[in-house]
Design a binder for this molecule. Structure first.
Ligand SMILES: [Mg+2]
Length: 379
């Protein structure tokens, strides 16, 4: 034994509600604030790591209250007494006890990674393979709204220094209006700015999706993300075969199993990896290995997350060479945060400091201020 064991002695489970700068609107919902569950995994000698769950009932099948209860009553107790050095074994034990619940599992996975990297005194990216690129560039998201309103918003992001804009669309009953949204934005921001289109399953069927994508092809979207229902991977493959725009799978790919299926069916050019879908970093690495082997490039995406989960996604994106695009915009969207990752952002550029673990400082007073409950789980 090189080092003494890092036995988990306690886990704090802390639901928090964080205010957003403005409501976030996509095809399946509107969100006035961020409902997140923070966890802090602690050892007897005072080492600690932070994690976060941002469940989304439409994507992860978990509510905020449900994820907090799952963590408090089932997952955190399963971690007590486990040696954090063997984090993969601890996470697999959690997987054996509970199927699905990916956001709740991601919180513990992120906290164990943060804890181990802090104890080793290295940034998390070093633990995940090192830097694959010098820094990260993120795109800004524009919520679904009237075309002209979206164009104004996109132009303001371009003026702030962003050269890639992501548009939220997805009106099945009026897909022509979606094509108009993209066209009006293209007119407003000029030919050189990248446009990504995220449908969030809104067009539902391949028939609607193929028509809509053909209609927006003149506006040159870089890719169209999740145009059909999440369950319909065959439909996604059909859309990809029938159109000339690269296709990204998001809600249809939670973890390695769906990635394998998407590869077999040749359904996607890109995959949107989100820690809240995979259940954390360990499973995200397995998913990305399948994607990279098959020539599918990855994006690290995000729910609307605080500094904790955003930092975890940024470290993963920095470490994985197969990750080409990053969307960790949470710290720019929250009006108040419990950590300091906002300071890493300079326009579209994100620089991750060399500090150990997630590299953020969590403001415990802010955690208390925004928490709706604070429970300590012990053995
Ligand atoms: Mg998406």
């Amino acid at each position: 034994m090189i080092r003494p064991p890092l036995a988990v002695a306690a886990v704090d489970v802390i639901p928090v509600r964080l205010p957003l700068v403005e409501p976030f609107v996509i095809a399946y919902g509107s969100y006035p604030d961020v409902l997140s569950v923070l966890v802090r995994v602690r050892t007897a000698d005072g080492a600690a790591g932070w994690g976060e769950a941002t469940p989304d009932p439409n994507v992860t099948g978990e509510t905020w209250e449900g994820a907090a209860a799952m963590l408090r009553e089932t997952l955190a107790p399963a971690l007590i007494g486990r040696d954090a050095w063997d984090r993969d074994a601890a996470l697999r034990e959690i997987d054996r006890r509970v199927e699905f619940a990916p956001a709740a599992k991601a919180a513990l996975d992120i906290a164990l990674h943060d804890l181990v990297a802090r104890v080793l005194n290295v940034p998390l990216w070093a633990l995940l393979g090192g830097r694959s690129k010098p820094h990260l560039e993120i795109s800004r998201v524009v919520s679904m709204a009237d075309p002209e309103e979206m164009a104004t918003k996109a132009a303001s992001h371009v003026a702030a220094g962003f050269d890639v804009i992501k548009l939220k669309v997805g009106e099945a009953a009026n897909a022509a209006r979606d094509a108009r949204r993209v066209a009006v934005v293209r007119d407003a921001i000029g030919p050189d700015i990248g446009i990504k289109v995220d449908v969030n399953q809104g067009w539902r069927t391949p028939g609607t999706a193929i028509g809509a994508i053909r209609a927006m092809e003149p506006s040159r979207p870089r890719y169209v993300e999740q145009p059909v229902a999440a369950w319909d991977i065959e439909g996604l493959a059909e859309v990809r075969r029938q159109t000339g725009v690269p296709i990204m799978i998001d809600e249809g790919c939670h973890g390695p199993r769906e990635m394998q299926r998407a590869v077999m069916l040749r359904a996607a050019d890109f995959v949107n990896i989100k820690l809240m879908k995979t259940g954390g970093i360990a499973a995200a690495l397995r998913l990305n290995a399948i994607a990279e082997t098959a020539g599918v490039a990855a994006q690290v995406g995000t729910m609307v997350e605080s500094s904790v989960a955003s930092a975890a996604g940024l470290h993963l994106a920095l470490a994985l060479a197969n990750v080409e695009t990053v969307e960790m915009g949470g710290p720019l969207m929250t009006a108040a945060d419990i950590g300091d990752a906002r300071a890493w952002y300079d326009g579209s550029r994100v620089r991750i400091p060399d500090a150990p673990g997630l590299g953020i400082v969590v403001d415990e007073a802010a955690v208390r201020r925004f928490s709706t409950d604070w429970r300590e789980v012990r053995g």
